[in-house]
Design a protein. Structure first.
Ligand SMILES: [Fe+2]
Length: 206
């Protein structure tokens, strides 16, 4: 099965594929493994809930993948193609969804959501230098995959930017390890956009 995801945009193609065999990839593609089994791509084993960047490759067999392509010059965020139209008509400002005072003036936008099984996914966009906001509570488990630009997932001892203690650098095709504990507890954390960035949020609702 192949399906174009509803946050696919002219500058970013996002497909969901399931139950594929000997599936060819040509253009540079971020492959995200949503299954609980690893996936073989050429000589690489893509672990569950991890992602990697491939081109000119064959995916031997996979149950549940997201494939995202953007143009070559977009990958490092040098020429993000998000224009006024997309922000105005298709994506939403974060404050429209999360009515928190500190987000009102944060330049942070989110795309439509897509549901795959018990997961909900959407894209986020923030320009260079954006602190996306410290928080430590989620009613779900979350992971993020970097799509465009370079960002950083940051952890803090307290709800205070000065208490930063870990930064996980995110480059295109990278999914960070879980920040949540086995019991679903989170440290204070935030996403920081080192450059203009687009990333995928994966929420696991189960
Ligand atoms: Fe979070």
């Amino acid at each position: 099965m192949e399906k174009t995801l509803n946050f696919s945009e002219p500058f970013l193609n996002a497909e969901y594929v399931s139950d594929i065999e000997n599936y060819p990839i040509q253009d540079k593609t971020i492959v995200i493994n949503l299954d609980s089994q690893k996936v073989e791509i050429e000589d690489f084993q893509l672990q569950p809930m991890k992602s990697a960047l491939f081109s000119n490759s064959i995916i031997t067999k996979a149950k549940s993948l997201i494939l995202i392509t953007v143009s070559e010059e977009d990958f490092l965020g040098q020429k993000i193609q998000i224009d006024e139209e997309i922000i105005k008509y298709s994506w939403h400002h974060v404050f429209d969804f999360f009515n928190l005072p500190h987000l009102k003036n944060t330049p942070l936008w989110l795309s439509e959501k897509e549901t795959i099984g018990t997961m909900e996914l959407n894209l986020w966009y923030a320009p260079k230098g954006t602190h996306c906001g410290l928080h430590n509570n989620h009613p779900f488990r979350e992971l993020h995959t970097q799509i465009i630009g370079v960002g950083s997932m940051q952890k803090f001892h307290e709800n205070n930017p000065k208490t930063l203690y870990q930064e996980v650098m995110m480059s295109p095709g990278y999914t960070h390890d879980p920040f949540y504990s086995n019991g679903g507890k989170y440290p204070w954390h935030q996403y920081y956009a080192e450059t203009d960035c687009i990333w995928l949020a994966i929420e696991m609702h189960e």
